[in-house]
Design a protein around this ligand. Sequence first.
Ligand SMILES: [Zn+2]
Length: 272
Amino acid sequence: MNAPTRDSSATVPKYQIDKDFYTSVREAKDRHKLIDRFVIPPYNGRGFIVKRGQTFRVIEAEGPQVADVMFWNADNKAEFLSMARTWLMEGIWVKVFTRLWSDVPWLRPMAVCIDETVDTTKKEGDYYHHFVMTHCCPEVMEARTGQAGLNACHLNLLQAIEPFGLKESDMHDNINVHQKTRFDPVLGKTRAARTAAEKGDYIELYANIDLLVAVSVCPNGDNTAHQAAVVRPIAIEIYDTGTTPPEFPKWTDWRLTWKGKWMPPAGAKSGG
Ligand SMILES: [Zn+2]
């Protein structure tokens, strides 16, 4: 018999998402005001600001194409999208109502997925937006192929953030958008499959705080190959929703009383 397990991304956490709020935002989409639209060409990246209460869409401009999306607090680059914290709190897929968390000490949902046009629930395990495998970089390309000088998301994301004063050392985790991936739980391996997204498909994220967003048009194309034969552009649209995001929880700042060792308050039990 298998040993009992527990869901490490608690399904009924104390701090729950306000689904009514994000549903109402999605349902009012037709009334949102388009404030910017631009196209990122293949093998390129672009950075842009999305204000609190705005959304941005990552759109398949001409056909199936993987995009890598990274973001920071626009006013504090030390706060960034954390793959590990989001994985812990939400799981590894990005779906409607997935909250995208920053790391401690903030640990807050910087953005929330409010829509995706590809039905990611059709077949178990065939999800499209996820956190696994980070983004492609020249070093990994060279390790795999022996070839230097290939395009990679790492370079495109750097191109995106340098105009905003960020450097390579400011780059962290990212969402892999439209990157259909199967997870083999026995071998612990991930397998890429051609994305099912088509021209016009998109994922839409709602900004809970002002965000600096960077998007790369991945040289994996439709996710069938590294350095794919066809790489297509990605379009970005930014919308004003006219809404104010819900309040964040305020965590207790244990650092104020930290004396180098945990001392249990009277009657306290250890967590886990
Ligand atoms: Zn890539």
